[in-house]
Design a protein around this ligand. Structure first.
Ligand code: SER
Length: 583
């Protein structure tokens, strides 16, 4: 099948069912300050879920350009992409669960459409919570189409979907495809990653306010999102989208340029192909941005420079990003004509960025090697030097460090960065969303939530727990800590409850400058392996937590909102990783 065929089929099927085809919105929303890039097909439609009338009617379908940097570290695996397409069909009060499930089922299994074997499909439905009952209705609708109960799992958090901390939301039912070789097991295990999520149908009936209260939306809506790359890969019977027509020409081009084989350099080639594709769509968009050190431009810069570094690791000589862009454009330009129209700009901007970075990359790498040889931690000052003089985004230094099993002192780096911004006064209104000194409201709330989580883990699970790393974006927090087994779901819930209990108390958050010794005597938490200076800044959350940190934080825990753990998994031997959001 040609990739375009899947798109055409999807649009045609839903058009036949009374939907109007609408164009993909821009990848870069100009009227929505809450996000840097469109992360889901429903995002541009949010006002219509809240009750506004859509000019094209109550049943819509499209393919939407999306970009998510939340799963940055997963890029290179079989199922994640930074940039991706989401196929979506929507009901603005027109149909609900029963019809939505019937249409998804027909599209996936009918001979005329995708003709996927029912035997390879499985489904999750919402298991319910204190306010919303378990979605027995959705389970029964799947059963009415011949799905076995054994292939339906009732799941918690993952099956309640909301785009942001407030706004339209609801329970969902997710559709999974068995990607393994041979027969799928009779019983569905939602934790087994061989089952790949391909489609998410959200029953958007609620609106969430900033206190986390749910109220009914004016109508019961449906928002669905089908992962285009994953579904196409499934249909083609491949392991990963990189091994389909969506990426093969680019991978082949990289093989040629590097004189290496994909089989031996999968990770590098996948990251390059993924990041260049994302850059092509950002630069080719009507609301395009160019590489810079702030906001969207910083994310773009990070993507391009990471691709360049991987290219150099493969031994590619001379510049190559513009060539890879040309190949990428050819794959998609019949579906997205803006790529052809803006081809010159895409190529030139990539070339400019590559020329700039080529001047410093090698020297910077040599500098990094010297720093890494000196200590187990790259100091904040050194990381800042790499940023300032060699153009290394912090995340690149962190990745380099990780490859050598050492860490980067992020706290001091950020202090250095902020200090420098103050000196040069180029802070452009203090806006660094998604960038370095990302002081967006979301990030600040998540930052304080991270301190509470750190303390709650010690109080609820084990007093020996210590932070091993953390990373915060406006969308979520990620926290690594030492612990040698998976947390039970009861423990996860208890930690979550503990954090929410403290948030509700409305504790004040205060910063103090202390000498390192004083802070240590007070028992302030510090990150394992990080070297601190003589004077340190310590943040106190009431009398609940004290922690070495450069900030910034909320003034009162009440500002955080509702805290929710969305994932708990292994990160390295003896290290667990939690991802959490605030709503
Ligand atoms: N909004 C949901 C998602 O992103 C379904 O479209 O998964």
């Amino acid at each position: 099948m040609h990739p375009k065929e899947l798109i055409t089929k999807y649009l045609q099927f839903f058009e036949k069912k009374g939907h109007t085809i609408i164009p993909s919105a821009s990848l870069i929303p100009l009227n929505d300050a809450s996000v840097l890039f469109n992360t889901a097909g429903m995002q541009p439609l949010a006002p219509y879920f809240l009750g506004e009338k859509h000019p094209e009617g109550p049943q819509l379908v499209n393919i939407q350009k999306c970009l998510r940097t939340v799963d940055f570290e997963n890029i290179g695996d079989n199922t994640h992409n930074t940039f991706f397409f989401m196929l979506g069909n929507w009901s603005l009060g027109a149909y609900f669960k029963k019809d939505s499930i019937a249409m998804s089922f027909e599209f996936l299994t009918s001979k005329k459409w995708l003709n996927l074997p029912l035997d390879k499909l499985a489904f999750t439905v919402y298991k319910g919570d204190a306010k919303i009952e378990a979605d027995e209705a959705a389970a029964r609708y799947w059963e009415s189409h011949g799905v076995s109960r054994k292939r339906i799992a009732f799941v918690g958090k993952d099956n309640f979907w909301s785009a942001g901390e407030t706004g339209p939301c609801g329970p969902s039912t997710e559709i999974f495809y068995w990607s393994g070789k041979g027969d799928a097991p009779a019983e569905f295990d939602a934790e087994d990653e061989t089952w790949v999520e391909i489609w998410n149908n959200v029953f958007m009936a609620y609106n969430k306010d900033s206190d986390g209260n749910l109220s009914n939306l004016p109508a019961k809506n449906v928002d669905t999102g089908m992962g285009f790359e994953r579904t196409f890969t499934t249909i083609m019977g491949k392991e990963s989208a990189y091994e389909t027509a969506l990426f093969i020409p680019v991978i082949e081009k990289i093989e040629k340029l590097s004189h290496k084989k994909y089989e031996e350099s999968k990770k590098e080639m996948r990251i390059m192909a993924d990041h260049i594709r994302a850059a092509v769509f950002v630069l080719g968009d009507a609301n395009y941005v160019v590489p810079s050190n702030v906001d969207r431009g910083y994310i773009l810069r990070r993507l391009i420079r990471r691709a360049i570094r991987y290219g150099k690791m493969l031994g590619i000589e001379g510049s190559f990003t513009s060539q890879l862009a040309t190949t990428t454009i050819k794959i998609y330009d019949d579906i997205f004509p803006e790529l052809q129209e803006n081809k010159k700009r895409i190529q030139e901007e990539l070339q400019k960025e590559e020329t700039k970075f080529a001047l410093t990359l090698e020297k910077g790498l040599r500098e990094f090697e010297k720093m890494a040889a000196r200590a187990d931690v790259i100091s904040g000052k050194d990381a800042f030097l790499l940023f300032q003089s060699y153009g290394f985004p912090l995340e690149m230094t962190q990745e380099l460090a990780l490859e050598q099993n050492i860490t980067v002192d992020e706290v001091i780096f950020k202090e250095e960065y902020t200090k420098h911004q103050k000196l040069s006064r180029t802070a452009a209104g203090g806006k660094f969303k998604g960038g370095l000194a990302d002081n967006s409201e979301e990030t600040v709330r998540l930052h304080t939530a991270t301190h509470l989580l750190n303390e709650a883990l010690r109080r609820v699970v084990s007093k020996d727990i210590q932070q091993r790393g953390s990373n915060i974006t406006p969308e979520r927090l990620r926290f690594d800590f030492n612990f040698d087994r998976k947390l039970t779901s009861e423990e996860v819930k208890a930690v979550e409850d503990e954090v929410n209990r403290v948030i509700k108390k409305g504790l004040p958050v205060k910063r103090e400058e202390l000498s390192f010794e004083e802070a240590k005597l007070l028992g302030a938490q510090m990150e394992f392996g990080v070297k601190y200076g003589e004077k340190v800044s310590v943040y106190f959350v009431g009398d609940y937590s004290k922690e070495f940190c450069g900030g910034p934080h909320v003034k009162n825990t009440k500002e955080i909102g509702k805290f929710k753990i969305v994932k708990e998994k292994s990160s390295a031997a003896g290290v667990r990783r939690i991802k959490a959001v605030v709503q």
